[in-house]
Design a protein. Structure first.
Length: 164
């Protein structure tokens, strides 16, 4: 049982083959959502999320008014979340990106979602470009640090080389 199925009643898994293109995958996934009252929640790999992540997303995503970006604590090389045995954590709050993002589907459609045209074959900056369009539509973005929301360190060598 996946920890992300916590009270989630409807989800779809889309399996893809071939080269991975992040914006195309996000675009296809959001197009599969038909209900404008659903929340689109973009997330990332290599995460440990707090048990109440979906409640935080629901609480801070307000239709027509507010999107939500929870900050993660980016763990340094070889770090792990704190335990009773090792309470010290090395890392920093990742406040410079909007890759983890939630908004209502109707708002997503209103601001145009991710920019597939400009970011089909490259990675980086697509979140900021999207945020500019979100703000231009008058939607605020709630930025918040969430306890126990960790992004694990990983080497980026070889990642995304097919999609650039």
């Amino acid at each position: 049982r996946s920890p992300f199925r916590n009270n989630v009643t409807s989800f779809t898994i889309i399996k893809k083959k071939g080269k991975f293109h992040k914006t195309l995958a996000i675009d296809e996934a959001t197009k599969s959502i038909k209900d404008g009252n659903s929340i689109v929640f973009l997330t990332d790999l290599h995460l440990t999320a707090p048990h109440d992540i979906f409640e935080s997303v629901r609480k801070h995503t307000i239709k027509g008014l507010m999107a939500f970006t929870p900050f993660t604590f980016r763990l340094s090389h070889c770090s792990r979340p704190p335990t009773e045995q090792s309470p010290i954590v090395n890392g920093h709050w990742e406040t410079g990106g909007f890759g983890i993002f939630s908004t209502y589907k109707s708002d997503w459609d209103n601001f145009g979602g991710v920019n597939v045209k400009e970011y089909k074959h490259k990675w980086g900056g697509e979140d900021w470009e999207m945020v500019d369009r979100v703000l231009a539509k008058g939607i605020e973005i709630e930025l918040q640090r969430l306890p126990n929301f960790y992004h694990f360190y990983h080497d980026k060598q070889g990642m995304w080389q097919e999609a650039r």
